[in-house]
Design a protein around this ligand. Structure first.
Ligand code: 0RA
Length: 685
């Protein structure tokens, strides 16, 4: 089972992604990223300024001083956000019916070029500003949208801030517009115009071409684009906006055949194809995806869904192409419409008559994979990560659309309808069984102190924000960690071997599992309320850092995957709130005489050997157990020197797909993935 974390070994210091799903943020000494510094640009750090002066700042200047306010952060996410921002403008053109092709290229120097065949940004004189409209679009914050008020901007990145923000945060940007038979051009440095818009030639092409190079003084953590990250977002966009051809080309290196890696994303059917892509490794209960689109009270609603044999609910919701991780009114509208319609159908069918207990909302969504995509003219985003839709009116619009369209569907497809109701009944029965198991978890946690697992070595600090818990593979490594830790703020919970694969287990099996119950109780997390049996309560979370610490080998990475799968399916909020980390123990110790140094990759090992010279001795750490308590503390647990990788969900639907593939039943796609990603094979050889 050698499939995890090549990146950890090969590139662990450089923030690379965890097969395109996870961003690894090195924290601690290597790649220090304090919260405050993180959100401030270099320029802002140099100069102190008060609230008044912010208002006086010109828009572009403000973007450079407070980039995180516009693009979320200045790490990997923000860097990629620049591309999404430009592409969003092209998507807008496409949605307005003027564009059907978008080409994205990562250039050799990590600059990015996007080209579309839309109308081209207007270049004529902007009356109010007295310069070319192109210049206004590129240099005025908030001017990025269309000028004609009829076409509202529905697409938009995290904040939908416009290309001028990309311009402000680029050391260089060149805009080329093909429009009215001519080629127009303008260049900028850090958002400042280098020369007035000029015609540089003739062409009957139409469209906009933008090349930008992110400013290293802003993006201090990394300038390296991840092909996989961009690819999964562009793929998602192509499903969400059918009929647009989007390409991605990586010009940084060539493959064995001497070609640049390139992919074309195109979807003819949109969401129903997206469902098939996401559910490729699950067994579906019906032949076709249930899909409908419509409009209610001015809200365009698109839904695609299918039931599969799994026990998981996978709902992915989007507003204006933005993944709304935290859900919101459109998602609750969908749930309500679905429950209401299926319940009515099931009641009328008589199939529930023999059931001795009630069917709950959850039961209608077990084994359901669904995508809800709505377009909202003025979306209000709320929640911790501003990905929760707040617009009240959307709830009724979605719920009514879903009710109407699903009612018709069930009437026209009685066979599918029967399959769904049967699945619902099974889910209700299983939930009934799970209830008791879950109550055991709850009772234990509620009773606190006395209820803590016997295997937990707790810390003495009471303030959860200062506390860490290490989930350690195996009792023996657990013992070492217990000796090596700082007992003031570090708790240790050893886990026995391989924890349950929750991807394949029914809920009640999960709650009956002792290791999993220990995790719940140790963390102080409870689950289940009257209305929603899966709702998490993390308000009593006892440790704000939950660190998974496994051997740096094949088994260790498998256990890491099992634990991450558990958190992803059962405590996703902990991941979303940034509480889950992975420890990175070293792979080697290189010694020569009194000199010694640890290495986290083969490359690093070789560099140290070179530095130390002949006579260097290399010790390979096969597992945590080979280190003594002091070594484990020094390399892996001491906050001053360790590297923790924070687990971040970069793309929710892609993460879901990969987890179901890795942990599910379908072998061939898993093997293909492993072969593409594995590196342990040659490390252990
Ligand atoms: C402002 C107005 C119009 C189009 C655009 C901007 C526009 C922006 C971008 C950014 C990337 N590609 C783009 N394509 C178009 C409307 C133009 C008109 O009315 O002719």
């Amino acid at each position: 089972m050698s499939f995890f974390y090549e990146n950890k070994l090969e590139k662990q210091r450089n923030k690379k992604t965890f097969f395109s799903l996870w961003e690894k943020c090195p924290i601690g000494q290597r790649g220090q990223r304090g919260q405050n510094k993180e959100n401030m640009s270099e320029e802002a750090k140099k100069e102190d300024y008060g609230a008044d002066s912010i208002q006086a700042l010109e828009g572009m200047e403000h973007v450079r001083r407070r980039p995180s306010m516009y693009i979320g952060d200045v790490a990997t996410r923000g860097l990629h956000h620049l591309v999404y921002e430009v592409v969003d403008n092209s998507i807008d053109e496409a949605m307005a019916g003027h564009c059907d092709r978008i080409d994205v290229t990562i250039n050799e120097d990590n600059s990015v070029t996007t080209e579309d065949n839309g109308r081209g940004i207007p270049v004529d004189l902007h009356k109010k500003e007295g310069v070319s409209a192109l210049e206004v679009v590129m240099t005025k914050i908030g001017a990025g949208g269309k000028f004609d008020k009829d076409s509202y901007k529905v697409s938009g990145g995290l904040h939908g801030v416009g290309v001028s923000v990309v311009n402000a945060l680029s050391m260089h940007l060149k805009a080329t517009v093909y429009r009215g038979g001519k080629i127009w051009e303008q260049e900028y440095e850090k958002g400042k115009v280098m020369y007035p818009v000029k015609a540089v030639g003739e062409s009957d092409k139409r469209g906009t071409l933008i090349t930008f190079k992110p400013d290293p003084s802003i993006f201090v953590h990394t300038l390296e684009y991840s092909y996989d990250t961009l690819a999964s977002r562009l793929r998602e966009l192509s499903y969400l906006n059918k009929g647009i051809t989007i390409t991605l080309t990586d010009k940084r290196h060539k493959n064995d055949k001497g070609e640049f890696e390139t992919e074309t994303f195109y979807s003819d059917e949109g969401l129903s194809e997206f469902i098939r892509y996401l559910d490729a490794t699950r067994d579906s209960l019906m032949k076709d995806v249930i899909a409908f689109e419509g409009e209610k009270n001015g809200v365009p609603v698109e839904v695609a869904m299918i039931y599969n044999t799994s026990y998981n609910e996978n709902l992915h919701s989007y507003v204006n192409n933005i993944n709304t991780h935290e859900g919101g009114t459109h998602l609750s509208g969908f749930r309500r419409g679905l429950t209401h319609t299926l319940k009515k159908y099931a009641d009328n069918s008589g199939m529930l008559d023999k059931l001795k207990f009630d069917v709950a909302g959850d039961d209608f969504r077990e084994g359901l994979t669904a995508i809800i995509s709505v377009k909202v003219a003025e979306p209000q985003f709320e929640g911790q990560t501003k990905t929760k839709l707040g617009n009240r009116e959307v709830s009724a619009a979605v719920s009514q659309s879903v009710s109407e369209m699903l009612t018709d569907y069930l009437e026209e497809h009685p066979e599918d309808a029967r399959i769904i109701v049967q699945k619902v009944i099974l889910a209700a029965q299983a939930r009934h069984a799970a209830q008791k198991a879950r109550e055991m978890v709850q009772r234990k946690t509620v009773m606190s102190i006395g209820g803590l697992p016997g295997k937990l070595s707790d810390c003495s600090e009471q303030d959860p924000t200062k506390c860490e818990i290490f989930l350690v593979e195996g009792d023996s490594a657990g013992g070492t960690a217990k000796q090596g830790r700082d007992r003031l703020f570090q708790a240790i919970l050893p886990l026995r071997g391989k924890i349950l694969n929750v991807e394949k287990a029914m809920q009640h099996k999960v709650f009956e599992n002792e290791e999993i119950r220990n995790i719940f109780t140790a963390l102080g997390v409870t689950i289940g309320t009257e209305e929603d049996s899966k709702e998490l309560n993390i308000t009593k979370l006892r440790y704000h850092k939950v660190v998974i610490m496994c051997d740096a080998d094949i088994d260790g990475s498998h256990i890491e995957t099992l634990i991450l799968t558990f958190f992803f399916r059962y405590m996703r909020e902990l991941i979303e709130n940034g509480h889950i980390y992975i420890a990175t123990p070293p792979l080697y110790l290189v010694k020569r005489g009194a000199k010694k140094q640890y290495a986290w990759s083969d490359k690093e090992r070789d560099e140290i050997v070179e530095k130390f010279g002949d006579g260097s001795k290399i010790q390979r750490y096969k597992g945590l157990g080979e280190m003594n308590a002091i070594q484990l503390w020094d390399t892996t647990m001491n906050p001053e020197f360790r590297t923790l990788r924070q687990i971040v969900i970069e793309n929710g639907s892609e993460a879901d797909r990969i987890f179901s593939m890795l942990m599910g039943d379908d072998v061939p796609p898993r093997r293909a993935f492993i072969e593409k990603n594995a590196v342990y094979a040659n490390i252990d050889a």
